[in-house]
Design a binder for this molecule. Structure first.
Ligand code: URP
Ligand code: ZN
Ligand code: ZN
Length: 460
């Protein structure tokens, strides 16, 4: 099967130019002006831009969490991602404390394999680092293609590890060429504030926000950077929300250390005033919480300064009836919000169309940098000969309104209801197959493949 995309404008992390793209099988085989080739199918992309399929390196599909499961499974989640121009996701396997990493991986692959529309990989969340976990790290990297290891400095009793475990894990991961990623907030400080608010009868979603002030994230981010510096490990901070945490990373740069930073679309465009809407604020109960306008400004600047290298989603949807589990107690509201389908269009609309970031920066932070950091470049995250033909054909001028009535995520509300965006994903191509065309699904469940990742390159 071959496809010729004609007359589009190609946008990459470093360039933009008009050219045709010829796809044979799963890869791009030629790029050039007025390509004279015979293809099984031609797509006229006049007036459209074409960029690499999005990579969202932070999603939680069908995940057991806070007494329930996130409401998008691998089928609905990866399909919604494709509708929104994301061709690959990296999800998190969570080790159960007291059990092996392999035990968790088997459970996660049992839920995912054969069920995905889009391509997928895994990070391994190490929640119990001990002598036997240590033995499994090399197997995960060399055999399973899992080269990034997630840690939690919060969620004590379920996911959190202490600093001794963190340092031990960092040393082992560094030895074998992997990357340590982190949910960097101070779990003990947060738990103390949660207990205080509850004892004072302060139980609404607003107190979720007030239990996780900026200092809890700034302190943990700095501590993580210090431990990464001490061990020499490659580090990556997920879902960064605030100026204070970014400053900690900026300081680490002055000792010539590179700590990668990811933010998520919601932290760039939503703010904590949403927690003042009584229980409706539960829609945005996530950890860390939404912050202030000054933090949004710091994150946009961080993108342009190259300090923030990835924009993900932390897609972790829960239906309204699940959110109601915390109706009388904010600490029981399942943490997370839906965004897997909205990331690309929102970032293009709020970032590129509003002049905050360039089209090249947009590509960098939605696919290319994630592919580089997580060991998939240039197969993923690039438009080049031999790369996987993962492409989005995008109308940069089409206006539309986001709504739960029209989205494809398995959740009965939208965190962005009524949001007007300019720019729409028209066609999504995954490994040489048209996956979504003008809203129509063209592939079958199971087309999405598990992607084994390479060891990481230390500096990008
Ligand atoms: O609120 C969130 N972020 N839920 C998912 C788990 C996590 O901390 O990433
Ligand atoms: Zn987290
Ligand atoms: Zn997460």
């Amino acid at each position: 099967m071959s496809i010729l995309i004609k007359n589009g404008k190609i946008i990459t992390a470093s360039a933009e130019y008009e050219a045709d793209i010829f796809i044979e099988g799963e890869q791009i085989s030629a790029i050039g002006k007025n390509l004279q080739v015979k293809a099984d199918q031609e797509i006229d992309a006049t007036g459209k831009i074409i960029f690499p399929g999005g990579i969202d390196p932070h999603v939680h599909l069908d995940m057991p969490f806070m007494g329930t499961f996130s409401s998008d499974d691998y089928s609905s989640g990866t399909l919604a991602a494709l509708h929104g121009g994301t061709t690959m996701v990296i999800d998190f396997v969570l080790q159960t404390q007291g059990k092996s990493l392999q035990h968790a991986l088997d459970a996660w692959r049992g839920r995912s394999d054969g069920n995905c529309y889009g391509d997928y990989g895994f990070h391994m969340a190490v929640t119990d680092f001990n002598d036997s976990t240590k033995e499994e790290i090399i197997h995960m990297i060399e055999q399973e293609g899992i080269t990034s290891f997630k840690t939690f400095m919060a969620y004590k009793g379920a996911l959190m590890i202490d600093d001794g475990q963190m340092v031990g894990l960092m040393k082992e991961v560094k030895k074998h060429g992997g990357l340590v990623t982190v949910h960097a907030t101070n779990g003990d400080m947060i738990d103390t504030l949660i207990a205080k608010h509850k004892s004072e009868g302060k139980l609404s979603p607003l107190y979720h926000y007030l239990s996780q002030p900026e200092v809890t994230e700034a302190e943990a981010s700095g501590r993580f950077a210090d431990m990464a510096n001490y061990t020499g490990a490659n580090g990556y901070i997920v879902h960064m929300t605030c100026e204070g945490a970014l400053e900690a990373v900026r300081r680490s740069g002055s000792r010539n250390q590179r700590v990668h930073v990811e933010t998520c679309i919601q932290y760039l465009i939503l703010d904590a005033s949403l927690y003042e809407k009584d229980f409706e604020g539960a829609k945005w109960v996530m950890s860390p919480p939404l912050r202030e306008k000054k933090d949004q400004e710091a994150l946009w600047a961080g993108l342009n300064q190259g300090l923030v290298q990835v924009v993900g989603t932390d897609h972790c949807p829960f239906k309204w009836e699940q959110k109601l589990m915390g109706k009388d107690d904010f600490s029981k509201i399942p943490n997370g919000h839906p965004a897997i389908e909205n990331r690309i269009e929102l970032l293009y609309s709020e970032g590129v169309n509003k002049g905050r970031i360039s089209p090249q920066k947009f590509v960098e932070v939605t696919s290319t940098n994630a592919a580089k950091i997580f060991g998939m470049f240039p197969k993923k995250g690039s438009i080049g000969i031999g790369a996987d033909a993962d492409l989005v054909i995008f109308d940069p001028n089409e206006k539309h309104t986001l709504s739960a009535k029209t989205h494809h995520m398995n959740v009965d509300y939208s965190g962005y209801e009524g949001w007007e965006v300019t720019g729409k994903c028209k066609t999504t191509i995954l490994r040489g197959k048209i996956a979504i065309d003008h809203g129509e699904v063209k592939i079958e469940k199971g087309y999405g493949q598990y992607v084994k990742r390479n060891k990481v390159s230390p500096i990008i």
